[in-house]
Structures are given as C-alpha cells and as structure tokens.
Design a protein around this ligand. Structure first.
Ligand code: SF4
Length: 357
C-alpha cells in the first residue's frame, strides 16, 4: 500500500486536473491564505485490514487538496466523519488536518479520482485514467466485504473495477440509488456487499436530500454486514490433510483437490466424499511452481486467475456450498505444509487471504 500511495501522490497523468489542483494550491481561498496547500493527488486513507471501503468521488479543491487527506477540512468531511464516529467507525467526529489524531475503525476511504477536479466534475476519461489506482487498492484490501459508495459517479467507477476484477455482476448492471444493496460473489468465493448512499456534498446535505440520520443508517448497515461476515467466516471450518491420513470423525466431508489420483491409494479405500480435480492448478502451473516457497505469492495470484475460469469457478462454487453446510477436509498428496494448492483453497473458502499465513 505505501508503494501505491507513493505512485498516486506523484501522478501527473491528467493534464487538466494537474493544472487545476496546482492552480488552486497557488491562488488559495482567502480564508486559508496563510496555509500551504497539499496541491497533489490524495491517496486512500484508513486501515489496510478494513472490512468496509467507502468510495467517494474526488478530493475537494480547498478540502483534501489543501490538507492532503481524504474528506479532511471541508463541509462534506464534517458530515461524513461525524456519522462515522456516531456509528463507531471513527475515533473522533472531526477532521481538520492530516495530524489531527483521526483514526478510522475497520474502514478505509478512497475515491475513483485522486485529484481535485474543477466544479467537482471529473470527466469519464479522467475516471478511466485513474481507475487502475482504485483497482489496485481494492486488491490490496483483502478483508473488504462491504463497499459504501457515495454517489453515482463512484458507483459506476467501482462496478467497472469489479467487472474487470472478475466479480460476477448482475445484468443489467445495478443502478445507483440511496439505500440500494447489491450482494456480489467472486468465482474464487469472496463476497462483497455494495451499498449506495447519496454523496455527502453540500448540495445534498444543505438541501436535506441526505440527512445525518440517512447516512448513519447506511453506515450502520455496513458495520452490521461486516460483523455478520466475520462471524460467518469464523464458523466455517476447512482443514487440509494428506490423503494418506486415516479418516477422523471431525473431518466432515472429505474432498480430494489434486488433479492426479494419489499414488498408492485405492479408490475404494480413500474415504472420499468427492474428487474435485477441476479446482486443482493446471499442469503447467504445477510444474512451474513445484512448491518453491519463493514462488508462493505469484503462484497464489496465478492460481486465483485459473480459479476464475468457467469450469474451475463452477467446481469452486460447489465446494463453497459444501463448506457453507458443514466442516470440510481438503485432501492432497502434497507434503508442502502451508503452501500447497489445498492450503490456498482452504484460505479462499474461509475468506482469508492466502498470503497471510
Ligand atoms: S486523477 Fe488520478 S490519474 Fe489523473 S492525475 Fe490525478 S492521480 Fe493521476
């Protein structure tokens, strides 16, 4: 994440936005004339182990573009952070400067465009140019299971990112609305609930289109859903064993997840519920990997991509259903403790990050 933040804060890819953010930082609003504006792109803010991701629109010219932190130092942020604090997702209700002590709880805030745009209106091209940053940030937040999207611009941006990330998106694509809830699944088993909320812009909050109570209700829902997911995840039991070990009463459904039948094990004595070879890595990937610990991170990434292929995704979905209904033991012939494909599968099925062992 620090590398991503560094990339974002030095980006100059959108000439119109670069010119605007720097012009605003130079001219300044009279009431902030004695301050040094940040005047650069604003990275995401909050916890990297967050369950909840809030997606806004873009930094405000005299807010985040001045202070250097999302939603900090403007009226939109006043409304947002007061609500986050009210529902227990921030340690304080105000945000005035980057060093004001504000900490988010189980939450991260980002936006599809990281530079302040004129009239708060980025162009679709600017959104597209900036969207790889949101995509990468989302990838780096493995625990996120709820996204609260503030406004239609962020909604469209996030759904584009999710589509490109292989999430199964209903057709037609869900439309933004305040209070809209969309439950999504990734073929690898991850789940995400997307909640729509009117943006906290002054246009909405001054006119009463969005009240603090409405905002708090959405954030409270987000918190409840995230807590439910954590509890569900904690009750899922997926263990990994070598196929040569004898069956035990606590095994639940025993599923072999190797592509090849293990040597020395007769089919009638394997005590299997199922042989699910479609979820095993391809021969090419297996040969490349050879359980080399140094290759594990790349193996996980390539394996996840294979699991998104239609046949593997269907088999994985069946496996996920099995896990939802009781304990499952994944069986493999591999001796590679902690880094076999069965361990990766177990982590994914339990909605854990396979890279955190
Ligand atoms: S909006 Fe995004 S892509 Fe464009 S200059 Fe700013 S950080 Fe770079």
């Amino acid at each position: 994440m620090p590398e991503l933040d560094a990339l974002i804060t030095t980006c100059r890819a959108c000439p119109r936005l670069v010119a605007w953010r720097e012009e605003v930082a130079r001219v300044k609003r009279a009431s902030f004339a004695d301050q040094t504006y940040w005047g650069r792109p604003i990275p995401g803010f909050g916890r990297i182990d967050a369950s909840i991701l809030i997606v806004g629109l873009a930094p405000a010219a005299h807010g985040a573009n001045r202070t250097g932190r999302m939603f900090t130092g403007d009226r939109s942020g006043d409304v947002l952070f007061a609500a986050l604090h009210a529902v227990g997702l921030a340690n304080q209700p105000t945000a005035s400067a980057i060093d004001d002590g504000l900490e988010l709880i189980d939450t991260r805030i980002s936006s599809p465009v990281h530079c302040a745009p004129p009239d708060n209106r980025p162009t679709p091209d600017e959104r597209r140019t900036c969207s790889p940053f949101l995509a990468r940030e989302f990838e780096l937040l493995p625990r996120v299971c709820v996204a609260v999207v503030l406004g239609g611009f962020g909604w469209r941006a996030l759904f584009s990112v999710l589509t490109e990330g292989g999430w199964t998106i209903p057709r037609p694509r869900p439309k933004f609305g305040h209070g809209t809830r969309v439950d999504l699944r990734h073929p690898d088993g991850r789940r995400l609930t997307v909640l729509g909320c009117f943006h906290v812009s002054q246009q909405n909050t001054f006119t009463g289109r969005l009240t603090p109570a409405m905002l708090e209700e959405v954030l409270r829902d987000a918190r409840r859903i995230a807590a439910e997911r954590t509890t569900e995840g904690a009750t899922m039991t997926v263990q990994v064993k070598r196929v040569y070990e004898a069956e035990e009463a606590t095994d639940g459904k025993r599923v072999l997840v190797d592509r090849l039948w293990p040597r020395g094990v007769s089919k009638d004595r394997a005590d299997l519920f199922e042989w699910c070879k479609e979820v095993a890595p391809s021969t090419e990937l297996r040969r490349w990997y050879e359980h080399d610990p140094a290759k594990y991170p790349e193996f996980v990434s390539r394996y996840r991509a294979e699991l998104a292929e239609p046949d593997a995704a269907a088999a994985y979905a069946d496996l996920a259903k099995l896990v939802a209904n009781g304990p499952v033991t994944l069986l493999t012939a591999s001796k590679a403790e902690g880094i076999s494909q069965a361990h990766v599968l177990a982590a994914l099925l339990e909605e854990r990050d396979p890279l955190v062992r």
